[in-house]
Design a protein around this ligand. Structure first.
Ligand code: KG4
Ligand code: ZN
Length: 351
């Protein structure tokens, strides 16, 4: 049985074909980064138009690359939210038409649930089996959360344990990078520059809430980092790539990791027993230092790390198809495509 996945929630058009055991047979991504780069961030109208242009050719390529015919598909999974509404609509409308025409089920997938399972996808062959319970740390450009994932009677439920009260971690990577004069998206540049930097050179404190909440908050770090960058003369200094710039990037990146691990440690011990596995996913999970720190955090606690392969960190349709598969057996899925609606804001549990 084959599942087709479609992702168009932001600035990547992606189509994937998966077997029902989670084997990724094709996962094509048309990135729009170059189109948005001159504006320093994603322009929603441009994103929708790019999706319209790329989606159908990408679908044809994904199917032919996988050697799968339309008639072989058992179901279609599509990101129905959260995201840019105009961008989501392109994917949802295409998925509805396809599923309706083929008389197969259409599975709406919450984009964040897509990230939450992605640490179990493999570069080749079937996905790793999901344990009955695991925690998933999803850190991206729009979200930063820890989820409690449980699998019962063949279907998974995802519960949000915390969220960011202001900016997401990826968002501050991008905004601080912009001040330094680095191009969008800034995360990968800061990652690269940090590799030769001293993470102890600048100290940034971990924010704590008066109510002792384990929520994230990154806007204070963003403001402090931008102030320090200006004071040190590092604003728009990216072209020179000085040692000081590397030290600043390494220190800033360390501060993001410090907060993430602080919250993770607190949430881990909440609940009746500690889960045995941790998934780490989302665009920011591509970060070298964070990957190493999360792996080390797991090793110290005897936890099995499921750190998403880099190709499944940034937005992709393989994770959407895989999350669709976690909703139950394809044969038993609802075939009514009219029930699927795109929504810019979408709490988990709705899709
Ligand atoms: O998951 P994603 O592709 O899109 C959202 O759903 O938001 O994440 C994109 C984010 C951007 O903020 C980008 O700067 C960040 O992921 N990112 C990184 C790295 N690669 C991508 N941040 C830090 N280090 C990286 N290597
Ligand atoms: Zn994402």
């Amino acid at each position: 049985m084959w599942m087709l996945g479609i992702e168009t929630s932001c600035d990547e058009t992606s189509v994937a074909v998966l077997r029902d055991d989670g084997t990724v047979t094709s996962n094509l991504i048309a990135s729009q980064i170059a189109r948005h780069q001159p504006f320093g961030g994603v322009v929603p109208e441009i994103a929708s138009r790019e999706h319209l242009q790329h989606l159908m050719p990408l679908m044809e390529q994904a199917l032919s690359g996988a050697g799968v015919k339309l008639a072989d598909l058992g179901a279609v999974s599509v990101t129905s939210g959260p995201g840019l509404i105009g961008a989501l609509l392109v994917g949802v409308a295409a998925a509805q038409g396809l599923a309706y025409g083929l008389r197969i089920p259409l599975v709406p997938v919450n984009h964040l649930a897509g990230h939450a399972f992605s640490g179990y996808l493999q570069p080749e062959g079937p996905a790793l089996p999901l344990p009955p319970r695991f925690l998933s740390l999803v850190v991206s450009g729009g979200h930063s959360s820890v989820y409690d994932v449980r699998k019962e009677n063949g279907a998974a439920t995802v519960t949000m344990l915390n969220r960011t009260r202001d900016d997401a971690a990826g968002e501050i990577f991008d905004k601080v990078a912009k001040v330094l004069g680095l191009s969008y998206p800034g995360g990968p540049h800061i990652d690269r520059l940090s590799q030769h930097g001293d993470p102890e050179r600048f100290r940034f404190p971990i924010p704590q809430f008066k109510d002792d909440s384990a929520d994230f908050s990154f806007s204070g770090l963003k403001a402090t980092a931008i102030r320090v960058a200006r004071e040190q003369g590092l604003a728009n200094s990216a072209a020179t790539e000085s040692q000081e710039l590397s030290d600043f990037c390494a220190s800033f990146q360390k501060a993001i990791g410090d907060q993430i691990l602080d919250r993770l440690t607190r949430l881990w011990t909440q609940g009746p027993e500690c889960p045995a596995e941790l998934c780490f996913a989302g665009g920011v999970a591509a970060n070298n230092s964070l990957r190493a720190r999360v792996a080390e955090w797991c090793a110290v606690r005897g936890v099995t790390p499921r750190i998403a392969q880099r190709r499944y960190c940034t937005d992709n349709a393989a994770m959407i198809a895989f999350a669709g598969l976690q909703k139950g057996r394809i044969e038993e899925m609802d075939a009514d495509v009219t029930r699927v609606r795109a929504a810019g804001r979408m709490p988990l549990g709705v899709a």
